[in-house]
Ligand binder design. Structure first.
Ligand SMILES: Nc1ncnc2c1ncn2[C@@H]1O[C@H](COP(=O)(O)OP(=O)(O)OP(=O)(O)O)[C@@H](O)[C@H]1O
Length: 328
């Protein structure tokens, strides 16, 4: 890897008719990284992976793999992929299908090794068209690791897997990453990104809106939760006063036990909010301040982006209206 880059997108855009699926994407993947690609439906994840694999050409910008054209890297057997689409060959056994993939791969591995690494040894004599959805996914993974690839690309690999299969799948995948391979996977399961990836990318309407470790993305969302109880015995309860505390983005009050209210506050400034709770003369019991999970951080970041874009759209509409007014 003379360039120190596994993959690079430089100013990449891709549209389908009027839909801009990828919009000015700049991104470099480095050797050995395990990278999760997140984004709401239609954010451009699959399109970006297709561009990376040379299955589609960008309208603008360039995509390189190992410093050259994606197709050249694939022909050289440096990339293994597991995509959402495409059926598996029918009327063959798992061992035969995996064997074929190992044979045609320029850097093919042994069938036994691949079956074991993908955790499908016990399925080897089963017919491919008789597998469950989750088993089929594992066979697809076996095909993706049939050669000694430098990069593995997985598009929503755990769709259809139950929880235990999913866990053993990620253990297999982790072993590939530990062997020094770069792994890029798109997922809708944020807990997978949180626990497996060392870098998380968030795409939104074809644009990269966050890029960092899961901890960095959670910190960037900057929102924390304060939880405490207020007991009637300690004084009167004033919900409106709680809502007025500085930095409060959300307030939820539950009263499951008579005389006790559980208060959950979402805030961008936990220190100020906690100080204000005490200053307001309240007596919070069992107060806890916790960070939000990646899922909430993701929702916060994409929600903020939506709000910013609709504010931009509103500003543009206002400007257009003003221009129209002055032209009259
Ligand atoms: N072949 C195509 N023709 C027309 N529009 C397409 C095509 N493929 C994707 N799109 C559109 O491009 C946008 C991005 O789609 P893409 O499949 O890349 O998103 P995604 O993030 O992978 O979504 P999902 O999470 O739903 O799989 C969407 O608006 C989608 O409808």
């Amino acid at each position: 890897m003379s360039t120190g880059e596994v993959a690079a997108f430089r100013g990449v855009s891709k549209s389908y008719g009027r839909v801009r699926a990828v919009d000015g994407l700049d991104l470099v993947l480095r050797p050995g990284e395990t990278v999760a690609l997140l984004g709401p439906n239609g954010a451009g994840k699959s399109s970006s992976l297709d561009l990376l694999l040379g299955l589609r050409e960008p309208d603008h910008g360039s995509v390189t793999l190992f410093g050259g054209a994606p197709r050249a890297a694939i022909a050289a057997g440096r990339v293994g992929a597991m995509l959402q689409s495409g059926g598996l060959m029918a009327d063959v056994k798992v061992r035969e299908l995996v064997g074929l993939a190992c044979d045609v791969h320029p850097r093919g591995r042994t069938v036994a090794e691949v079956l074991a690494d993908a955790g499908v040894t016990e399925l080897a004599e089963r017919r491919v068209d008789k597998l469950s959805g989750g088993q089929e996914q594992r066979v697809r993974f076996a095909l993706a690791i049939a050669g000694a690839n430098d990069l593995i690309v997985l598009d929503e690999p755990t769709t259809g897997m139950d929880v235990s299969v999913r866990q053993s799948f990620w253990a297999s995948m982790r072993a590939q990453a530990d062997a020094g391979r770069t792994v890029l996977f798109a997922t809708h399961y944020l807990e997978e990104a949180d626990s497996i990836a060392d870098r998380v990318l968030v795409l939104h309407r074809g644009r990269l809106i966050a890029d960092g470790s899961s901890a960095e993305i959670k910190a960037r969302a900057g929102v924390r939760r304060i939880t405490f109880e207020l007991h009637e015995a300690d004084g009167p309860f004033d919900e409106a006063a709680l809502r007025r505390l500085p930095g409060v983005r959300g307030l939820e009050v539950t009263a499951r036990v008579p005389g006790v209210r559980t208060v959950r506050i979402r805030t961008a400034d936990a220190d100020a909010a906690v100080a204000a709770v005490y200053r307001a003369g309240l007596y919070p019991r069992g107060l806890e301040v916790t960070g939000l999970g990646l899922e909430q951080a993701f929702l916060t970041i994409t929600g903020e982006q939506d709000a910013a874009e609709s504010a931009d759209a509103a500003a543009a509409a206002d400007a257009a209206e003003t221009a129209l007014e002055s032209a009259r």
